[in-house]
Design a binder for this molecule. Structure first.
Ligand code: NAP
Length: 255
């Protein structure tokens, strides 16, 4: 059976994605930073699911989680779903948001790349808040520059966090919204990673729309099933599927 690993799968879109993939005969590795709710979620999905503790914001936790996987196991799907949307706008919020939503996805992807099967699908659960029109023209130009490297992307993101911490008025072209910055950076990472993948492996970013989860709130327009459907679509793309795109409801959208 193919195997899928999902971050933040104890609730919300992560859990629904795990449930859908489990229904499609995937062995599912439910990961979460909270062991009690993660174990409960895996139990609810049945015998083809198991729990692995994984806090995407902690290097040590990611290393432990990867070490705990059976050495022969390869993953057919990796869904970088874990994310936070924190109240307020200050240095602490900026650093924590970037650490989880952007660096967490990068950290987990880097750690699991050697475990990905040929033709594996990586899904970055992004957001319309990550669309590039939210950044200044100059920053957009830099982020879309074919010469962009991971080092430069990290510098730009670090610069945002430092400016917010220092109370700067101008944020280097980034929007005054740490969540938005984290998803713009996640999308840029998706574009950088895609051409480096080999043997039919793919990475795509997906916006689930506005979804009724703890993050989206009760007034959101979409059910969790509807929100997860685009994630599941990207997680189950075949060999001729796209690589390095940004999608909502299986349709390409503008960066
Ligand atoms: P949610 O119900 O709040 O779930 C967020 C999940 O992320 C929870 O499982 C949470 O675990 C986990 N998480 C947070 N920090 C983590 C960490 N350091 N390590 C591991 N897991 C962590 O929100 P959701 O709506 O399902 O969000 C899932 C993804 O969809 C996020 O990336 C979000 O940005 C994206 N998204 C959501 C919407 C929306 O309208 N809902 C729209 C666009 C994009 P805990 O239970 O331990 O907190």
């Amino acid at each position: 059976m193919p195997t899928a690993l999902i971050t933040g799968a104890n609730r919300g879109l992560g859990f629904e994605t795990a449930r859908e993939l489990s229904g499609r005969q995937y062995d599912v590795i439910v990961t979460a930073r909270d062991a009690a709710s993660g174990e409960r979620a895996a139990r609810e999905l049945g015998p083809s699911a198991r729990f692995v503790e994984l806090d995407v914001a902690s290097e040590a936790s990611v290393e432990r989680a990867v070490r705990s996987l059976p050495p022969e196991l390869t993953l057919d799907v990796l869904v970088n779903n874990a994310g936070v949307s924190l109240d307020g706008f200050d240095g602490r919020v900026a650093a924590a948001t970037i650490e989880t939503n952007y660096r967490g996805a990068v950290r987990v992807t880097d750690a699991l790349l050697p475990r990905l099967a040929p033709k594996a699908n990586i899904v970055m659960v992004s957001s319309g808040m990550g669309e590039l029109h939210r950044a200044s023209l100059e920053l957009r130009r830099r982020l879309l520059d074919p010469g962009l490297t991971r080092a430069v992307l990290d510098e730009l993101v670090d610069d945002f966090v430092a400016r917010v911490r220092d109370g700067a008025r101008e944020l280097g072209g980034w929007p005054r919204n740490a969540y938005s910055v984290s998803k713009i950076a996640m999308n840029a990472f998706t574009r950088l990673l895609a051409p480096t993948l080999r043997d039919g492996r793919r990475v795509n970013a997906v916006c689930p729309g506005w979804v009724r989860t703890r993050m989206g709130g009760p007034a959101a327009s979409r059910s969790v099933e509807r929100g997860a459907s685009g994630i599941v679509w990207a997680a189950t793309l075949g060999a001729d599927g796209p690589n390095g795109g940004f999608f909502r409801d299986a349709h390409a959208i503008e960066w």
